[in-house]
Every structure is written in C-alpha cells, then in structure tokens.
Write a protein that binds this ligand. Structure first.
Ligand code: CUV
Ligand code: SF4
Length: 629
C-alpha cells in the first residue's frame, strides 16, 4: 500500500517522503508491518483479568475457565476502558486543582478570572464576603479536590443539568459519586469473580464515565479558565508549516496547561530571547500538538503544529529544537525518531517517563524556574540543527479558535441578544435552531486512528455536516484536523457551509466549525447542551444535537462517548469499539440505552455513510423538537 494514502494531510505526505529518505520509521510503517490484528482483541472477547487466562471466547470455547461468557468479558473490558479514560482526564483535572491551591498574588500561578471564580464559589456555597480572592481560590480548590474522594453525596455539578435529566440519572443509579470511587468500583467489579451481568457492567460504565464528564472534566475546564483565562476568539494558523526556518522551534505536546502556560511565558523571557540571538536564531517559536496545543491556541492563539499522527513527522522536519511533553497521547516512538535528528525529546512528568527521552521534571511548586531551564535547553540546541536536512512543509491554514461557551454567547449577544435585553443567554442559538437556519449542532471530537486514513473521516464528516447547515463544534485532534483544512477559517469555511449556516456565520462572524478546546473541554459541550435544554425547558435528548468521534482511538474517547450518550446525546462513531463479540453489549450500546438515557451509539466505519446517518437523525430530531418547542 502507498503510505501516502494513509493520511490526507498534505504536509504529512511531504514528510513521509523525507522519513523514507532519512530512514526513519513512523506510525504508518508500523501500521503496515502489523498486518493481522488479533481478532479476539478486536471483538473484545479476550480476558486476562486473572492468571488462569488469558481466556479467549470462540464457538468452540464459549466460556473462560471461570465460566465467564462473551457478554461478561466484553462488558468488563468496556467498563475498564471507561475507567481508564476517566482516570486520565480526571487526574489531569486533579493536577489543575492542585495548581489552584498554589496560586498567590506574587506566585507563578495567579487567578485570571476572578468573576468566574466568584461564580463558582457561589455555586458551591463557599463564603466570599470580605475574603481575599486567593483565600476563596484555595477553598474552592479544596472543594474540587474533595470531589475525587468524598465519602458521601454525588457530583457537585449534576444540578446544572436539566431536572428531567437529573431524574433519569437518579433512577438509573448512574449519578457519579466521587471520581476515584467510580474508577475503583469498576476495577473491583471487573476483578475475577465479581460482576458478570452485562446490563450492570454497562450501567457501571455509564456511571464511571459520568464521573469523567460531569465531574473531572468539568473541574479541568473551569479551573483552567479561572487560572489561565477563558478562551475568546483569536486568530491562529495550523499545520507543520507554522515551524520557522530561522527561529528556535519548540513544540509542546501533551495535555496540562499548567506546564504549557509556563513554557509559553518562559519563551518570552528576555534573557532567553537574547540567548537565542546569540545562537543565531531570530526568536523562539512555540507551537502546540494534541490537546496541549488546543489549550494554548484557545487562550493565546499559539500556532497549532499538528495532531496526534504528526508528532513524529514534526521531528522529521529536522527543524525542531525541543519536543516538550507531559502526559497522554505521547508516542514512545518519539525517543527513537528524536535520536535521528538534533531534537531534544523532553519528558517532564513522573507519570509519563519514556525510555530514551531527556527527563527534566516540571514541578508546579517551582514552575517558572523549571520552565526556564527547559526552554534554555531548547535554545542551546539551536546550534546543533543540521540545516542541510531541514524540510518545513509550506502547508498551513488560517483559523479562528477560542470558542468557549462564554465566547459563543458573547459573539451572539453582540448581534442579537443585546437588542432584546437578554444578554448572556443562548436565545439566539435557540432561535437559529428553531427557525431552521441551523438544522442542528454536532460535536465532532476525538483522535486520529491509524485504522483509517488520518483526518479523512473527520474532514468528510464535518464537511458534509456544515454543507447541510449543521453547526459543528469540535475539540481534540478533530478540531486540529478542521483547523488544518480551513474549516475554521471564517472566509474559507463559509464557502463550504450550506446557505442557512453560511448566513448565520456571516451575521455573527464565526466559522462553521467552532474550536471548543481540548478533550477535557468536551465538558463545554455538556454546558452548551444544558444551557439550550434549560433555556427551552426541554431535556437534552429533545434537542437536535449529536456527538461524533469519527477517528477515535483512546480510552478517554470511550469515556467521553459514554458520558455524552448518558447525557442524552446520540453519538456516532467511525471506529468500532472492541465490543462486537457480545451481541448483548452491541444491542444495549447501540439500542437499549435509548430507552434508558434517551440516546445511544451508532457505528459506521464509512465516513460518508456516517455523515448521512447523522444528518438524517438530526432531521428526525428536528421534527420532535419543532413539536415540543
Ligand atoms: Ni486529549 S485523546 S489523540 S490529544 S483527541 Fe487527540 Fe486529545 Fe485523542 Fe489524544
Ligand atoms: Fe479466564 Fe475468567 Fe480469568 Fe478472565 S477472569 S482470564 S475468563 S478465568
């Protein structure tokens, strides 16, 4: 197979040639050599939850040694994926909450959004009268940290959802209690000799995923906004063409803004800039990858170097002085690729040490100094760049990013709400949906998956949706695919949108695909959905909205999909999860859940078909919506 057909990204294709020439291996090579994938794994019917196994289910051996059948095994594996994803997002949030504890007036971390903090304090019953803002911040942080392990009660955020939705969760017993508790419960229930009932295993999966969406991720997003600012529309550029020939190139890859914000600051330090000059560079150019890239582009317009599948290719340009990473979605392969070039591959977290990397620990307690040291390492490396072996692809696209819920409401307020004295509400969005100018809203999110050509499913689905007047909101690597392909360029994007959507885009000056942030920021999508439901007095499942993950791959994505469905939003996957081996699991996830939570999963690995199904279902939802509202 021609490797270049494995991605639709033009800069990636250019660099795949260079990789070949340089004799460097990438994910695409490994994909090609890993021909047959394990059928049992793909179907989810391999169990290694105890050492009598692994047990694999087939027609000949329908049960494992303990007697677990395919439904039990698939259910347990699925629940563990949800727990893994919930753990990752929530541990990210935990670090951000700890960062909030460290804030002080003259420290490295400060409170940027006092108003947002006060609002949260009020929501949580934290005393604000006559108190220093930092005292309030520390107490609010403590309340959030309690969400991880509180012995009684349920998630503090659930009350923001429509009442009807809350009742559904209560009746089904899927209100998440403490985050760590839900994860531990799933690990316990899936231990050998525990839960063996598929319905209850899926029910547990929903509850632990709810702890991801309606607890951990919400803490992550809200706290990041309070600490680093609420994103507002800002111009940027995306794709590897953002690397600079004559500057020190630093790529930030990973997830937590507590690191990336400090690196961005350190890269503006005058001594380091002077040092860069000394090294012969014109400046320091920071760009981002994956979710950390989303965090810093949303808040500062920092350019987006690329997505999950481009991490090796970025190094292969030969123009990157340092790839600085923290946690999640980092290829261990980067160590080997970086070895072939002058690039320093710098790991910074105890949670994600990687063999062959340079470990420079980043501690929030010592944030700015640690960041200075790391950036200095990059700057000093500039002199080692082999200029003869540099290739920066020319491809990059303009994008407007930074659409937090506040930004979306603000933008619409400017044009509509302020004239009718309803500022701060989603009325204009509801009106657009009601009139049909916008047929619906779909969150297209998630990773790139080497089982399909990189970015192809994202772009196919998004283009089809906007052409059919469906507003797309996006996070994660899906958002980066959109940015790289001009879908977030206000001018270019409008041309790809249907008439109704294009008119709205023009009127309120937005692109047809709105960048809402990183994966944890899928909580922003929950916030918009709740706001729409609360404003209309409907439940979330009554709205013409949907979620889609056309190229998902991570456990985090499984947790996201599952909490989105639990929230009453139908979710459309472009990659089949490893549940196919259990007819009952498929039946529940792709059907039965509808009766329980008013939404379910649909899977179709053909992106054109996937888009068609979404559009059809949105139109069906509209009929109901128009009747009830
Ligand atoms: Ni957290 S989880 S590949 S960076 S979206 Fe990108 Fe997003 Fe998936 Fe990872
Ligand atoms: Fe086999 Fe049961 Fe052990 Fe799983 S838990 S490995 S099915 S014996």
């Amino acid at each position: 197979m021609d490797k270049k057909l494995m991605t639709i990204d033009l800069s990636s294709r250019v660099l795949l040639d260079k990789a070949e020439k340089d004799g460097v291996e990438t994910i695409y090579d490994r994909k090609l050599s890993m021909k047959a994938q394990c059928g049992f794994g793909l179907q989810g019917v391999c169990c290694r939850n105890c050492a009598m196994g692994p047990c694999r289910i087939s027609a000949k051996t329908p049960r494992g040694l303990c007697g677990a059948d395919e439904h039990t095994i698939v259910g347990r594996n699925f629940a563990r994926m949800c727990a893994g994803g919930t753990a990752a997002h929530s541990d990210h949030a935990r670090d951000i909450a700890h960062t909030m504890v460290l804030t002080s007036r003259d420290g490295n971390y400060k409170i940027r959004e006092e108003e947002k903090l006060i609002a949260l304090a009020n929501e949580w019953g934290v005393e604000i009268e006559n108190r220093d803002i930092y005292d309030i911040a520390h107490e609010v942080a403590n309340v959030a940290l309690m969400e991880f392990g509180k012995p009684f009660g349920v998630s503090i955020f659930l009350k923001n959802a429509p009442e009807k939705r809350q009742k559904i969760w209560r009746d089904l017993g899927i209100e998440p209690r403490a985050i760590d508790r839900e994860i531990a419960t799933v690990m316990h229930s899936t231990h050998v000799g525990c839960a063996a009932d598929i319905d209850s295993l899926i029910n547990l999966s929903l509850r632990t995923s709810m702890a991801d969406g309606w607890q951990g991720s919400m803490i992550g997003t809200r706290f990041s906004d309070i600490l680093f600012g609420t994103p507002m529309p800002v111009e940027t550029e995306a794709n590897l063409g953002v690397l600079e020939e004559n500057q020190v190139n630093i790529i930030l890859h990973g997830h937590e803004p507590s690191l990336s914000e400090m690196i961005v600051l350190a890269s503006q330090d005058s001594e380091l800039l002077a040092l860069a000059k000394e090294m012969g560079a014109e400046g320091i150019n920071v760009s981002g990858m994956c979710c950390t890239g989303n965090e810093i582009t949303m808040r500062h317009g920092i350019k987006v170097a690329g997505d999950f599948h481009q991490q090796e290719l970025a190094v292969i340009t030969g123009a990157v002085e340092a790839m600085i990473v923290d946690v999640q979605c980092i290829f261990p392969a980067l160590a080997k690729v970086a070895d072939c070039y002058h690039t320093k591959f710098i790991t910074t977290s105890q949670k994600a040490k990687i063999t062959g990397s340079t470990f420079m620990e980043f501690k929030e307690e010592n944030a700015y100094e640690d960041a200075l040291k790391i950036v200095k390492e990059a700057v000093l490396n500039y002199k080692n760049r082999n200029r003869a072996n540099v290739l920066i692809p020319e491809f990059k696209s303009k994008a407007t990013v930074g659409y937090s819920v506040d930004a979306i409401i603000n933008q619409l307020d400017k044009v509509v709400n302020s004239q009718i004295d309803e500022t701060g509400t989603v009325k204009p969005l509801v009106d657009c949906l009601k009139s049909g100018a916008i047929r619906g809203i779909v969150g297209v999110v998630g990773c790139s998956n080497a089982r399909v050509p990189s970015n192809n499913s994202h772009i196919t689905v998004m283009k089809e949706l906007i052409k059919n007047d469906i507003l797309v909101v996006s996070t994660g690597c899906a958002a980066q695919a959109a940015a790289k392909n001009g879908l977030m360029d206000k001018e270019e994007g409008k041309k790809m949108a249907g008439k109704g959507l294009a008119t709205v885009c023009k009127l309120v000056d937005i692109p047809p695909v709105l960048h809402m942030g990183s994966c944890v920021d899928c909580s922003r999508i929950l916030d918009v959905a709740s706001a729409l439901a609360n404003y209309t007095g409907l439940d979330i499942c009554d709205l013409p909205i949907a979620g889609s993950a056309p190229e998902w791959m991570s456990e985090k994505a499984v947790a996201i999909g599952t909490y989105i469905v639990s929230s009453g939003i139908d979710t459309y996957l472009g990659i089949m999860p490893p549940v196919g081996g259990s007819s009952k699991a498929v039946e529940i996830l792709c059907g039965g859940l509808k009766e329980q939570v008013g939404a379910s999963f649909t899977v179709n690995e053909n992106p054109e078909e996937l888009a068609k199904i979404i559009i059809n279902d949105i139109e069906e939802k509209r009929k109901h919506f128009e009747k009830v509202y």
